[in-house]
Design a protein around this ligand. Structure first.
Ligand code: NAD
Ligand code: UFG
Length: 338
């Protein structure tokens, strides 16, 4: 089995490439290096102990992508490539629609021209919007999204659903991720955000290594047990393993499949701070700030559909997520080398 992984040198893509190759699959990576370092390739290679193909190419480059499909024999695609910063998407909507939506259209057209009709897509819990009540199930109405990033995910889901209706020789799996954190056990791969982290765990780890003075907790007046936001954090390796099951699914049968990838358990911001302090032995000073625009109180999954249909379940708990995030950050205070 040969899998083309777009965005395969990024945070989730790199962990997925390791698990794919460990399971015996051939991997071909396409990444334009916009949000990753080339050294991520070397780290993946060192972990799996073998070479794999990497093309520095933008998924919007139809000619470049066609050449890759001509050179390689690709059975299926896992499509991670995209821009993902919610705040930035409000500032730069055109860039987000172009990269995420247009990029996906170019990719799908190239796939169709080369007779490759199996794709696993990185969607997000953000498509459930502000109005659904957790636990979130796959059959809930989606689309009440409040920012351009979320809208790109929703639009791509719509495009993929319409594509399947038009031609059911396609096999399409939409994976709705909850909040991926953690890192590879080796401490050699992890999340390496540019600039000031937007997301909770990379911010906490940067406070722990004293790069930042304290954590801003965005609001403590939500209707949650301690007033801070509750999310469904999932270990990135569990998420990666979910992709192996999803690829098997699209390889095995045609259809349009949708799965939540989460643990089904919600933790508050302060729960995560406490778990991290315990796992790392580092104190995390924090200050309570105002609510962050666009945030909701609670978001966690009902993960049983993925268990019933894919035989996949998240196995790693919050302690392990914190230990692994800390190992990565403390061993790589400046992230991946240039
Ligand atoms: P990431 O930024 O670490 O990885 C994305 C990779 O795609 C990067 O290496 C980047 O260089 C590459 N890329 C971006 N645009 C490209 C283009 N036009 N052509 C080729 N390569 C391109 O992000 P991640 O956290 O690994 O997320 C992967 C996917 O999962 C994204 O689509 C993201 O929206 C989605 N997702 C992420 C989260 C999360 O919290 N991390 C949650 C839900 C969904
Ligand atoms: N938070 C803080 N301080 C910070 C950062 C976050 O208190 O410095 C809080 C947030 O208010 C929220 C929780 O920590 O309550 C988690 O926030 P994140 O920014 O880590 O994650 P979100 O749930 O807001 O969003 C993430 C991704 C989205 C994705 C969504 C669901 O950023 O792209 O998970 O998958 F859509």
């Amino acid at each position: 089995m040969s899998v083309l992984v777009t965005g395969g040198l990024g945070y989730i893509g790199s962990h997925t490439c390791v698990e794919l190759m460990n399971s015996g699959a051939e991997v071909v990576v396409v990444d334009n290096l916009y949000n990753c370092k080339k050294s991520s390739y070397d780290r993946i290679k060192a972990l799996v102990g073998k070479d794999f193909k990497f093309y520095e190419c933008d998924i919007r480059d139809a000619e470049g992508m066609s050449e890759i499909f001509e050179k390689e024999s690709i059975d299926s695609v896992i499509h991670f490539a995209g821009l993902k910063a919610v705040g930035e998407s409000v500032e730069k909507p055109l860039e987000y629609f172009d990269n995420n939506v247009n990029g996906t259209l170019v990719l799908l057209d190239v796939m169709r021209k080369h007779g490759c009709k199996k794709i696993v897509f990185s969607s997000s819990a953000t498509v459930y919007g502000m109005n659904n009540v957790s636990p979130l199930t796959e059959d809930m109405e989606v689309g009440g999204v409040t920012n351009p990033y979320g809208r790109t995910k929703y639009m791509i889901e719509c495009i993929l659903k319409d594509l399947y209706v038009s031609d059911n020789a396609w096999s399409i799996c939409l994976l709705r991720y909850f909040n991926p954190i953690g890192a590879h056990k080796s401490g050699t791969m992890g999340e390496d955000p540019n600039g000031i982290p937007n997301n909770l765990m990379p911010y906490i780890t940067q406070v722990a290594i004293k790069k930042r003075e304290f954590l801003n907790v965005w609001g403590d007046d939500y209707d949650t047990p301690d007033g801070t936001g509750v999310r469904d954090y999932i270990h990135v390796v569990d998420l990666a393993l979910g992709h192996l099951k999803a690829v098997e699914k699209v390889e095995g049968e045609n259809g349009l499949f949708i799965y939540n990838l989460g643990t089904g358990t919600g933790y508050s911001v302060l729960d995560v701070v406490k778990a991290f302090e315990k796992a790392s032995g580092q104190e995390i000073p924090y200050k309570i700030g105002p609510r962050r625009a666009g945030d909701i109180a609670t978001c966690y999954s009902e993960p049983s559909k993925a268990l019933n249909e894919l035989g996949w379940k998240a196995e790693r708990g919050i302690e392990e997520m914190c230990e692994d995030s800390w190992r990565w950050q403390s061993q790589n205070p400046n992230g991946y080398p240039d």
